[in-house]
Write a protein of this length. Structure first.
Length: 140
């Protein structure tokens, strides 16, 4: 496929999509997605299969990416899926557990319907975050 005049650059592949798609589908059907993933990874191609949540966690575990974190303390400690990105200077913090079912429901419903009760449209809503909350402060 790489030697075809219709596929050297992305714009060429896009222009010849109708011609290339059936060829790719036929070629890709000869091996399963796990085999393709292993083959492409071994060749240094950044890729990954499209997974369900469970399959994604299984893959992250296989790759030793530690996909779980426990948030909260004591009786409120809950295991959950860790935020995937990791940063050396600004590590992701997992401090609060997810809320219990409907724990903040009354407050959320009151906020959602406050505009309607005041005769305002949602478009007129006052931002719920202070203006300076959009400022990004990174430790130096």
């Amino acid at each position: 496929m790489a030697g075809r005049p219709s596929s050297p650059r992305n714009q060429d592949r896009t222009a010849h999509r109708d011609e290339l798609r059936p060829l790719l589908v036929e070629r890709l059907a000869t091996k399963g997605r796990a085999q393709r993933f292993e083959q492409m990874s071994a060749a240094g191609i950044a890729c990954g299969p499209i997974n369900s949540v469970g399959e994604g966690i299984e893959l992250a575990t296989k790759l030793r990416l530690d996909p779980f974190v426990v948030v909260g303390d004591g009786d409120h400690a809950v295991p959950t899926v860790r935020d995937p990105p990791t940063f050396s200077r600004t590590p992701v913090r997992h401090e609060l557990p997810p809320p219990e079912l409907d724990e903040h429901g009354a407050e959320i419903r009151a906020w959602l319907f406050a505009d309607q009760q005041a005769g305002r449209s949602v478009a007129e809503r006052t931002p719920i975050m202070p203006e300076d909350a959009t400022r990004l402060d990174f430790p130096t």
